[in-house]
Ligand binder design. Sequence first.
Ligand code: NAP
Length: 538
Amino acid sequence: MLQFILLSWERTNMDLELLGTSIIGGNRGAATKDTLRAVDPHSGQPIEPSFHSATIAELEQAIKLAAAARREFDTCPGVKRAGFLRAIAEKMEGMGDLLIARATLESGLPFKRIRSELGRTCDQLRQFAGVVEEGSWVDARIDRADPDRKPLPKPDVRSLKRAVGPAAIFCASNFPLAFSVAGGDTASALAAGCPVVVMAHPAHPGTAELAGRAIAAAVNKCGLPEGVFSLLFSNGYELGQALVRHPDIRAVGFTGSRAGGRALMDLAAARPEPIPVFAEMSSINPTFILPGALAERGDEIANGLHISFTLGVGQFCTKPALVMMAASAHRNEFSERVFALVESSPGGPLLTPGIKENYERGLAGRGKIVSGRHGRAEIAGLAVNAAAFQTTAEVVLRTPELTEEVFGPTTVLVNADRRDELLELARSLEGQLTANIFGTDMDLSDYADLIDILATKAGRLVFNAFPTGVEVCPAMVHGGPYPATSDPRTTSVGTRAIDRFTRLVCYQGFPQTALPDELKDGNPLQLWRMVNGKVSQD
Ligand code: NAP
């Protein structure tokens, strides 16, 4: 069916036929002999067409164009950048079912899920458009001079956030749209005024090409310099590593494995001039079910847990993968309910052969340490069955492998018999994107110290809900201490993500005519600014 949508669409829209070559500013790369193809997760078979790896010369050209575009893009009015971000969203929406069908085919994820991911992607772009159009995100601060101050005169000091420069963006396998070519990292870097060079993920190159063409068309429509956007296909690590090492790249955005993120962090730190890497890596999203909640609504929580850890075939960085329960008469009933749901789960295809291999290896390793139960569905292609394991706090405390991420539809239920064991488990955890507590008001007051511990471990604490959905909104924090991310001061979802692609610049003693508009006395852009320590729009 999807193949049919794609073929019939391509027949009537030849201008959008996939070419399989990189996008280097306003041009297409060469059809090199080094190729890659996506794999259909349902059948395990390769999908046409082939995509051609970019050459090092093309990478150099993309970065050269990005560096040349830097000044014009960084200093263009926020209204113009906002128009550009909205134009990307319109172009992607204009591709409609073609884009959704290709992403569905390459990811194996349901059409409906991808349709809503497209909505989320366009909404993200529009939220950033609103932020840069309004303009106060630059956090302008003005401390006026006081020549009469004793014992020394005070200078005129003004500062703001400015674009850091060309950014390298690595796409995620598990969100072909929302964390990929036109996803949150690209949207926030472009909003800040950084040209981007994007590395397509080999799991969904066709989706990448379509999104890349939408961005390139928006660059053209808005009269921006061509170097604002390039997209590179690559078969292997060499090109991505050369991108991170390049002296004109000033920041990196990444979503993927801990090994991949860490490799890029180390590479960036070893450069003669190190640069920041904003990597979102691994998280097991520890979930604590406290006795009051277990007694009141154990079945409801068990159903919610099963939905949450199998959603998207368990390929969410916010999947609850370690579920801890305090001693309770209702605990066995809860576990049995989860196991029964797992055994009747339909299973589903994982995104790539590599992710399937990792999942199977992870389950086999886990099965040697603890007991578990699996789904029994017949599977084909890259499909796998869900699995849940059960053990005790004591075993988890002496077997740290059980707290490592296994990407896919699996979770571990952990019984803690004593309150101090539960707290020790919480203290032993690595940094996380989320930590989750199911409880009653009484549980919350009984376990106030647990919440204090979790606040040191996770970027987002969730009460009486599962963490899988991540709302895109100004207050959202999708971040956390290492290894959840490389930098706990930021978020990769929500409008604060723009801060990652900025640096602070201070102007001391400058005449009005030489200051950026954001810092001029008359406040021509009507921004909210901090003037002499007070926030105002004057
Ligand atoms: P990945 O292996 O980390 O790859 C992500 C991207 O980074 C790919 O484009 C990859 O290039 C590139 N890359 C990885 N290591 C690199 C290195 N050393 N040097 C240069 N580039 C490098 O992630 P994945 O393929 O999406 O999935 C593999 C595993 O990652 C999963 O099993 C899961 O454990 C984890 N994962 C976690 C999350 C999360 O949000 N927590 C999301 C997705 C995946 P190539 O494609 O050429 O390999």
